[in-house]
Design a binder for this molecule. Structure first.
Ligand SMILES: Nc1ncnc2c1ncn2[C@@H]1O[C@H](COP(=O)(O)OP(=O)(O)O)[C@@H](O)[C@H]1O
Ligand SMILES: [Mg+2]
Length: 331
């Protein structure tokens, strides 16, 4: 893949297009799954140091990769006038959830270049929303889709292809094609999740994916890091993971949806006694945080709890049917 601009034409898959990367460095980088300028731009200097690259050179290479992507028009500049920020947001696209009410609460749908976090108790419908999005992502743009494949990273063993078939069929879509365009990965522990996310850029390009699901982002961390002494390390690793996800969302212009659990919040005497897991790390990394809960008459309520520009009380009712996520008034 090359991108031509007035200034420069580069091959983003060729690491050697970066000044300072020769055969030896390329091999080191490849050994860690960094095979393109895109991967390098999403890497942290610390990872490079772990490969035996000097600290100064590591910093320099990550920076050069990012600058090269900026120069070639692949990535937007870091300091820009707000007019350009608006321009950049125009390349952002929105994905339909399957419910107009839910979409309009979000200002049109789930955004690319961002992490959207679905938070809720067990059974609230997070996994069902994820399944639906994998189908709607494949729709053409004029039907609210992203016209691309979906990558589903499952940590809880709750992905069900049968459910995808049901959603596709009831929406009159080709079930086989729909299944083929969902690239599935099962991850077994938090280190495996970190590795999978490191490789994500490559799979996004290979399968032309426009949506990445991580269901859930937190379960392995909660299971593996127990007790106060391990909290700092857990938060550090979660932080790395989320930053990488966010850079991936921006570099590849994909929508990333992660699910999160709630934990008992004993400090809260009034209102909702549950709060999202993951503490400040998740709160600061997600671009959008949406609380999902069951409501009366088998409906669901989605509420935005953290967003740069949505009103804090925005909410929407929807339901889960054979079609996946749907508006209340539909049949
Ligand atoms: N085919 C279906 N039709 C209607 N509702 C469904 C269907 N499949 C699952 N559900 C609903 O979704 C719920 C499970 O939601 P899920 O997304 O697994 O929750 P979470 O991931 O938040 O724990 C079930 O209890 C059921 O109410
Ligand atoms: Mg679930």
């Amino acid at each position: 893949m090359t991108k031509k601009t007035a200034e420069k034409e580069i091959d983003v898959f060729d690491l050697q297009s970066i000044d300072g990367v020769g055969k030896a460095t390329e091999e080191k980088l490849n050994s860690a799954g960094i095979t393109s300028v895109l991967d390098l731009a999403a890497a942290t200097p610390r990872e490079l140091v772990e490969l035996g690259i000097g600290a100064e050179k590591a910093e320099e290479l990550c920076l050069k990769a990012r600058l090269l992507l900026i120069e070639s028009g692949f990535l937007d500049k870091e300091f820009v006038p707000a007019t350009e920020v608006l321009e950049r947001r125009k390349s952002m696209q929105k994905l339909t959830t399957g419910s107009k009410a839910f979409d309009s609460m979000l200002g049109g749908g789930i955004e690319t270049q961002a992490i959207t976090e679905l938070i809720g108790e067990y059974g609230s419908g997070k996994t069902q929303i994820c399944h639906t999005l994998c189908v709607t992502a494949q729709l053409p743009r004029d039907q609210g889709g992203l016209d691309g494949a979906a990558i589903y990273i499952d940590t809880e063993a709750t992905f069900r292809p049968e459910r995808i078939v049901q959603i596709a069929e009831s929406r009159n879509l080709d079930q086989r094609k729909t299944l083929e365009n969902i690239i599935f990965a099962s991850v077994y522990n938090s280190s495996h999740l970190q590795l999978t996310v490191k490789e994500l850029g490559r799979y996004i390009e290979k399968y032309k994916a426009r949506l990445v699901i991580v269901d859930s982002i937190i379960s392995h961390f909660r299971a593996e890091f127990i007790g106060r002494g391990t909290l700092a390390e857990r938060q550090q690793r979660l932080n790395d993971l989320l930053h990488r996800l966010l850079r991936t969302a921006q570099v590849h212009n994909v929508a990333i949806v992660v699910t999160n659990q709630v934990q008992a919040n004993p400090d809260q005497f009034f209102g909702d006694p549950n709060k999202p897991s993951g503490g400040h790390v998740l709160a600061h990394s997600s671009t959008y945080r949406i609380f999902i809960r069951r409501a009366a008459n088998n409906t669901r309520l989605a509420r935005i709890i953290d967003s740069p520009y949505h009103p804090p009380t925005a909410e929407a009712y929807f339901k889960i049917t054979e079609k996946g996520v749907e508006d209340l008034q539909e049949k």
